[in-house]
Design a protein around this ligand. Structure first.
Ligand code: SAM
Length: 227
């Protein structure tokens, strides 16, 4: 993976399989604060699940603030290796290396906070399916939250179908994020109308479908152009 220096002087990497950077060029640390940390309450001893751990920046920035008990899911071994070289503190994170859809089933505890930092919607549909969201819900309780920088109607309708209530929040002038929980909702009637109009959820019944299968279940009969 190619190393890139972002505008806040943090390093990120280009993932050639997804053709995406791990973090925006505007700043990896800046974006994690804007997308996640500015919107959640961190507490000592909280149980956190970091999905799409990458090079571990989110886990690291949480550990710089509180003594959290962090579990992470990531299948890119090069990312995991880089994270452990860059930040010795990340050795306290329990990293399950492999497909998050498989490893989620091995987790027997409930989490206070789940951060879902996958690549974009159409490139990483397996981490945004109704079936994956249901697995996440099983590992949450009444006071847990799941946060993602993603605001696509596809993922929002999937979260609703999995049984979550949704809150939107502002990341920047053009970006909105989504918080899913058992209890709290702040979507307007217009938001719900847009979700109903444009949101066709992803399904992945056995949690092992290929990307093109997930996309063609969503759009039956359509030719899928993969990236
Ligand atoms: C946007 S990057 C996350 C960046 C990361 N949060 C950080 O701060 O460094 C998305 C990550 O999700 C991982 N990923 C995508 N699909 C996955 C899957 N099915 N199982 C495990 N990891 C996955 C990718 O390898 C990538 O590292």
């Amino acid at each position: 993976m190619k190393k890139i220096l972002t505008k806040d002087n943090s390093i990120t990497f280009y993932n050639p399989d997804f053709k995406e950077l791990l973090h925006p060029e505007s700043g990896a640390f800046k974006s994690i604060n804007q997308r996640y940390l500015n919107h959640i309450k961190l507490k000592d001893n909280m149980k956190v699940l970091d999905i799409g751990y990458g090079i571990g920046y989110i886990s690291l920035m949480i550990l710089n603030r509180v003594k959290a008990d962090i579990t992470a899911l990531e299948y890119n071994k090069e990312c995991i290796k880089n994270s452990l070289i860059l930040h010795p503190k990340l050795k306290t994170v329990k990293i399950l290396a492999g497909d998050a859809r498989k490893n989620i089933k091995k987790l027997k505890i409930n989490f206070d906070l789940i951060i879902l930092d996958a690549f974009s919607t159409m490139k990483n549909p397996e981490l945004y399916s109704v079936h994956f969201f249901r697995e996440l819900k099983k590992r949450m309780n009444e006071s847990s939250i799941l946060i993602t920088y993603n605001s696509s109607p596809i993922i929002r309708v999937g979260l609703i179908e999995a049984g979550f209530k949704l809150q939107k929040y502002k990341i920047s002038k053009y970006e909105e994020g989504t918080i899913a929980s058992f209890t709290t909702e702040n979507l307007t009637e217009e938001d719900k109308r847009l979700i109903r109009a444009f949101g066709i959820p992803f399904y992945d019944p056995n949690l092992n479908s290929k990307k093109e299968e997930i996309l063609s279940i969503q759009n039956p009969g359509k030719k899928i152009n993969l990236v």
